[in-house]
Design a protein around this ligand. Sequence first.
Ligand SMILES: Cc1cc2nc3c(=O)[nH]c(=O)nc-3n(C[C@H](O)[C@H](O)[C@H](O)COP(=O)(O)OP(=O)(O)OC[C@H]3O[C@@H](n4cnc5c(N)ncnc54)[C@H](O)[C@@H]3O)c2cc1C
Length: 456
Amino acid sequence: MSQLAHLAEIVGSDAVLTRPEDLIPYSFDGTAALKQRPSAVVFPKTTEQVARCVKLAMDAGTPIVTRGSGTGLSGGSVPSPDCLVLCLTQMDTILGVDARNLTLRAQPGAITQRIDEAASRHGLFYPPDPGSQRISTIGGNVAENSGGLRGLKYGVTRDYVMALEVVLADGEVARLGTACVKDVAGYSLKDLFVGSEGTLGIITEVLLKLVPRPAARRTMLALYDRIEDAADTVSAIVAARIIPCTLEFLDQMTAGCVEDYARVGLPTDCAAVLLMETDGHPAAVADEAAQMESIARANRALDVRTARDDAEALQLASARRNAFAALARRRPTTILEDVTVPRSELATMVRFIAETASALNLEIGTFGHMGDGNLHPTVLTDERNTEEMERVHRAFDSIMKRTVELGGTITGEHGVGLAKKPWLRQQMGDASYMLMKKVKQSLDPKGLLNPGKIFD
Ligand SMILES: Cc1cc2nc3c(=O)[nH]c(=O)nc-3n(C[C@H](O)[C@H](O)[C@H](O)COP(=O)(O)OP(=O)(O)OC[C@H]3O[C@@H](n4cnc5c(N)ncnc54)[C@H](O)[C@@H]3O)c2cc1C
């Protein structure tokens, strides 16, 4: 029996795609200028089906690329040549909320926002909120260790993963971690799989920690003439021992594009906009909001506006979530980067990005999670223009190198995938890079799980 016939037997013939026109949507992810057609796409519905597909592919020496919604921004789910794509979007059930243990169990294809909605029905909260939360899957979030707008106060996906079910390269199913708050039995293997970008195994179930839903929230906008003043405000708020849930930054170009797109009343004539949000007990929220406003004014904010009600707060937050889409309307190709620097180096980094853009005559809008030091310099370009793309690559090379010099990291949340491979070794150093390779080798000796990702 051919491999395709075998696959159809495992998942059903309606869950296998092979026609070229059907494969096109699975030939790229959210990363610009990266494409590769797979040989087939399958949609398993159970862990057992995933395990059988993996065994079959391993025996035949066929590479496997696991895929969620394909919103990744480092090329993680871009197929490798002749690979089989395991697309897990049909394994999308939220299996249950356990309000006594503050946990939620879900299949990997469950959409991130639905996870928080399910938690919310029990007065609970799943905080990690990547900008893509309306479409990204929880499996993709775990595999990328995704962050979001609330990372400063609540942390990232890793902080909420209690246990995973994983199909290993040999098709065996392993359960890693438990529902216990304290658990130090053996190596923390589930942590190895968080952020492993589909290169070590396939996540088929997740057990997530939930927290009580905050009772109140206040959202504010602070406007600045100078980016440095926005960065100083962030440092001063943190130094005042206030940890807001959100401190998001948009430069003038990004604010202009967002306003043009979403019409939420963002100012387009100031150098920087800071979206600040605090949540928690109503009394604490009122106190923190007042302190944040006066810190912003003391750091030369031109104006500080508070959202009048929940609807306006939501509108401002979703305007920020739409920054990528808003910038993408301007030129045919949008390349979004993801560097993170220590917060003390934020102003230096933002200035360096602006200088690089002007030296290379490129349009770069910068926005990001300023409270985390995580910036998204976003180049608006046209991948058909080879001369301009060459300048884009030079700009990214300079930005990556400067990031590492400043003690930062080449990716704060989007992962290495294909896009960041050239700089990984430089950031990690030889010893830790080789250690990672040994881990990969021992868990995937044939090198068939998402080959070509992370490592050169
Ligand atoms: C508009 C927009 C905004 C974004 N905002 C953010 C943000 O704020 N923060 C952030 O961190 N990211 C953000 N992203 C990036 C992206 O949404 C995240 O990386 C997300 O976690 C990817 O989820 P996905 O389901 O689309 O995964 P995919 O893109 O399909 O896959 C991502 C990686 O995970 C692997 N993978 C997927 N599912 C599994 C699984 N079950 N088991 C093993 N490996 C698996 C894939 O092989 C691949 O390497 C944004 C993207 C877009 C387009």
